[in-house]
Ligand binder design. Structure first.
Ligand code: NCD
Ligand code: ZN
Length: 347
């Protein structure tokens, strides 16, 4: 039995840090274990230009605790008026590492997203030319499509046609939640990858809905049935280079989660690494955890792997995670897997 595991320091390829008091409160939770993170741009208002991304990067760096070593990898929020030249300049200066596609209305702060994909073709063509990845929120927003089917329908009606129309475009399917998503990513060749969250490896839709609605398990894309969770667990632990960690840790204050119109998002920045060690151990794949958290992401993004390391240790006594992170914006509930976790990060 393995009781200790040393890995290259992990990266988070999909993270929401927000701004202001919330940023200040949640950033230390990520910077404690992670070396880098792809920072999602869905602020209010969103980060749509290179100069806004530069200013946001400055605010993140200024919010870091003393002595923390953490690199925010910036992204732009794609809109129908995004200027291809601005995207190219921001990428070539090294400032941004990706552009995020939110279909308008798909999730938190996505109303400024894209309605008609053909209107952003000039931006996508420029991105394909320079190899800049497009991160996709892969759900259709058509009201007729059932919320549990939105990812599979997106793949068939949006993503696959887009990739055929735009050869060379590098795409990350963000936070996949279905077997269809995992299969499509695996078949897509070197220009396609998928992030998988911590919570989608742990919960299915029963956890969300059976015996009382659990607002802290509500996120988008919504958790699917158990067979999909099993497919995601096989994908994450497969070692295949197309799959890597994107926690999608998405803080909302409790008052907005526990609400008649509750916000989507699970907050996993605090306990992701112990939870992943638990899941990978269950799958008898602890030897593949490093690929998922620390190797495959930099491989796809063509960035160096981290030289620093972290060690995970399995203790007899379960890890006690804080129930909430207290930020100046209000309390944020930490994702609770619902079972004891014996893995600790030893710093
Ligand atoms: C994210 C958020 O709150 O910004 N919410 C979520 O449920 N994942 C948005 C997103 O990534 O869809
Ligand atoms: Zn997200």
């Amino acid at each position: 039995m393995m009781n200790s595991l040393t890995l290259r320091r992990p990266d988070d390829w999909h993270l929401h840090l927000r701004d202001g008091a919330m940023l200040k409160g949640v950033l230390p939770e990520t910077a404690r274990h992670f070396a880098r993170a792809i920072i999602m741009p869905n602020l209010v208002p969103p980060i749509v230009t290179g100069s806004q991304a530069m200013a946001y990067q400055g605010r993140i760096l200024a919010a870091l605790p003393e002595g923390a070593v953490f690199e925010p990898l910036m992204t732009l929020y794609l809109t129908e008026t995004t200027d291809p030249a601005d995207v190219v300049a921001a990428a070539q200066s090294g400032l941004i590492k990706a552009v995020k596609l939110y279909p308008a209305g798909a999730t938190t702060n996505s109303h400024g997203g894209v309605r008609d994909l053909t209107r952003v073709y000039p931006v996508l063509e420029a991105m394909a030319k320079i190899g800049l990845p497009l991160c996709t929120h892969g759900e259709v927003t058509t009201p007729e499509v059932d919320i549990f089917d939105r990812e599979a329908v997106f793949i068939d009606t949006v993503l696959d046609p887009l990739r055929r129309a735009m050869p060379g475009l590098r795409v990350v399917m963000e936070h996949i939640t279905t077997a269809e998503g995992a299969d499509y990513a695996a078949a897509g060749g070197p220009d396609l990858a998928a992030t998988i969250t911590t919570h989608h490896l742990i919960i299915n839709r029963n956890h969300l809905l059976v015996g009382g609605i659990r607002p802290h398990y509500y996120c988008l894309p919504v958790a699917k049935r158990e067979s999909h969770r099993q497919a995601l667990r096989r994908a994450a632990t497969s070692g295949l280079p197309c799959y890597f960690l994107g926690t999608d840790s998405a803080p909302h204050v409790d008052a907005l989660k526990e609400h008649s119109y509750g916000c989507a998002g699970c907050f996993t920045a605090t306990n992701t690494m112990p939870l992943l060690a638990h899941v990978f151990e269950e799958m008898q794949a602890l030897d593949r955890l490093e690929a998922f958290t620390s190797l495959n992401g930099p491989g796809f993004y063509r960035l160096p792997v981290n030289e620093a390391q972290i060690t995970l240790v399995k203790h007899e006594v379960p890890q006690v995670f804080p129930e909430k992170i207290l930020t100046e914006a209000g309390p944020v509930t930490v994702f609770n897997p619902g079972y004891p976790v014996h893995w600790h990060v030893s710093l």
